[in-house]
Design a binder for this molecule. Structure first.
Ligand SMILES: Nc1ncnc2c1ncn2[C@@H]1O[C@H](COP(=O)(O)OP(=O)(O)O)[C@@H](O)[C@H]1O
Ligand SMILES: O=P(O)(O)OC[C@H](O)CO
Length: 498
């Protein structure tokens, strides 16, 4: 048998299945979108069965497309949208509520009141996260408090909690394995990233019964085998990681100081800080980047809510482009003399500002401002926000490489050469775009391949990482400084708490 690896990439808007050969080259992809549910303002839900059906359907479809059978797949790796919370009945496997998605803000008041009672220090020091509805803990408590009889059933051991990886693992193994990996656990706000265990005091604070929680394993580990009826053969599941951490692996950022940034709908920058967790004083998150051989590698993370979404806004709300690629064409035509800024706080500002109340704003408009300047401002805003994150990382950690930082980028938006060049210009640092842009799936496939002995150890995998293009900074220092200070001024004028 020529072994292949199947990566399941379960994202916020679609499920994808990707087959890699043993050299980690992509040989087939299947993708299916699923509906988003917005039952109230600020609420976002997924139907767990949609997550499962798109997963299994795309797995079957990609096998068909590539002419493979389950017997040709040596291992499965799972990567997933993080923090999204599901609780289900252990007996029937049926969820007791829809999945509450990471973007959902319904538990803002709960978080605010815990903050006002002075609990943020406990949360930050144990979990590395901020007391924010983004994470799983208050979402799980909300389900237990709002579904009739849920707390009683949980007390009788009938319910199971999981992030999306855990739910898919449960389904794939026919309800035999209830587990997660350390990267996903580190996004729940219930996990102590220093001791590597669920934290008693955090469980009490968020009123989460320990019995509902999954077992936490390494990111490359034995997660059981698939139910043979599903893909025609029992297949070992050897890797699990949250999608941003899987991208860190796919980008081979194994050494402290290495940094990747993923530009999809939002943008997530993750910096490997080695075996020591770094406590942020700039409202970045401390998280587990990867865990191999029971040893966690820590990371600092900055999350921006609007990246490619700003391009979608140009297309869908303003109608000034027909497709995403036109944003770059338009930006090239913009009048250089106009200093137009877009602060895309459409749903508030993420790191390092964490200002839920601010809303988007534009500055510097004149009579001659038109679609080209709007497009340029939208693309530039993503780059300015990345610089904000990297500057915060530099202030937080002396190991940050400074001027010689190389940023590895991936995600749909890095197709834009214009944006990547401006990113290098405004960061004054090289930006590397890899040949394989499916970095997240690659990371999951690598973890599964590592576990099953198909893939080489991290250093050899890192040596095989291939660059597509390096964007080098070309802007003069004075222009860079003027442009960035204009952005900082625009942000100051936009924030709700000035
Ligand atoms: N050539 C391009 N220029 C600018 N933005 C682009 C380009 N191609 C795709 N995008 C943006 O990238 C995003 C899609 O990236 P993807 O990684 O698929 O996101 P997600 O996983 O969050 O759905 C979209 O928001 C789209 O607007
Ligand atoms: O599914 P994505 O790519 O939008 O990623 C979502 C993140 O994991 C949320 O933390």
């Amino acid at each position: 048998m020529n072994p292949h690896i199947l990566a399941i990439d379960q994202g916020t808007t679609s499920g994808r299945a990707i087959v890699f050969n043993r050299n980690l080259e992509i040989i087939g992809v299947a993708q299916q979108e699923f509906p988003q549910h917005y039952p109230a303002s600020g609420w976002v839900e997924h139907e767990p069965d949609d997550l499962w059906q798109t997963t299994i359907t795309t797995c079957r479809e990609v096998l068909k497309k590539t002419g493979l059978t389950g017997a040709d797949i040596a291992a499965i790796g799972i990567t997933n949208q993080r923090e999204t919370t599901i609780i289900w009945d252990r007996e029937t496997g049926r969820p007791i509520h829809r999945a509450i998605v990471w973007q959902d803000r319904r538990t803002s008041d709960h978080c605010e009141s815990l903050k006002n009672e002075g609990h943020e220090e406990l949360v930050v020091s144990r979990s590395g996260l901020l007391l924010d509805p983004y994470f799983s803990a208050t979402k799980a408590a909300w389900i237990l408090d709002h579904v009739d009889g849920a707390r009683d059933r949980a007390a009788r051991g009938q319910l199971a909690f999981g992030t999306v990886d855990t739910f898919l693992l449960w389904k794939l193994t026919g309800g035999r394995v209830h587990a997660t990996d350390a990267t996903n656990a580190s996004r729940t706000m219930l996990y102590n990233i220093h001791t590597g265990a669920w934290d008693r005091e955090l469980l009490d604070l968020f009123t989460i019964p320990e019995d509902i929680l999954p077992e936490v394993r390494d990111s490359a580990a034995d997660f059981g085998t698939t139910d043979p009826d599903l893909l025609g053969h029992p297949i070992p599941i050897g890797g699990i990681a949250g999608d941003q951490q899987a991208a860190l692996v796919g980008q081979a950022c194994f050494e402290p100081g290495m940094l990747k940034s993923t530009y999809g709908t939002g943008c997530f920058a993750v910096l490997n800080t080695g075996d020591q967790p770094v406590r942020s004083t700039n409202r970045l998150l401390t998280t587990i980047g990867i865990q191999l051989g029971s040893r966690p590698t820590y990371a600092l993370e900055g999350s921006i809510f609007i990246a490619g979404a700003a391009v979608q806004w140009l297309r869908d709300s303003l109608g000034i482009i027909r497709n995403a690629a036109e944003s770059g064409t338009l930006a090239r035509q913009a009048d250089e003399r106009q200093n137009v800024y877009l602060v895309p706080a459409f749903t508030g500002m993420g790191a390092p500002y964490w200002d839920a109340e601010s809303r988007g704003a534009m500055f510097g408009l004149t009579r001659s401002t038109g679609p080209a300047e709007f497009a340029r401002a939208a693309l530039e805003s993503v780059c300015y926000q990345t610089r904000d994150l990297l500057e915060a990382m530099g202030r937080d950690w002396s190991g940050m490489p400074g001027r010689e930082t190389v940023l590895r980028v991936d995600g749909g938006m890095v197709a834009s050469d214009w944006t990547m060049q401006f990113l290098a210009d405004i960061l004054n640092a090289p930006v590397d775009r890899p040949r394989i842009l499916e970095t997240t799936a690659l990371g999951a496939a690598y973890l599964a391949g590592l576990q099953t002995g198909i893939c080489p150890p991290p250093d050899r995998f890192a040596a095989s990482w291939k660059q597509d293009h390096r964007f080098l900074p070309g802007l003069d220092e004075a222009t860079r400084a003027t442009k960035y200070s204009g952005w900082q001024d625009a942000v100051r004028r936009t924030l709700s708490r000035r």
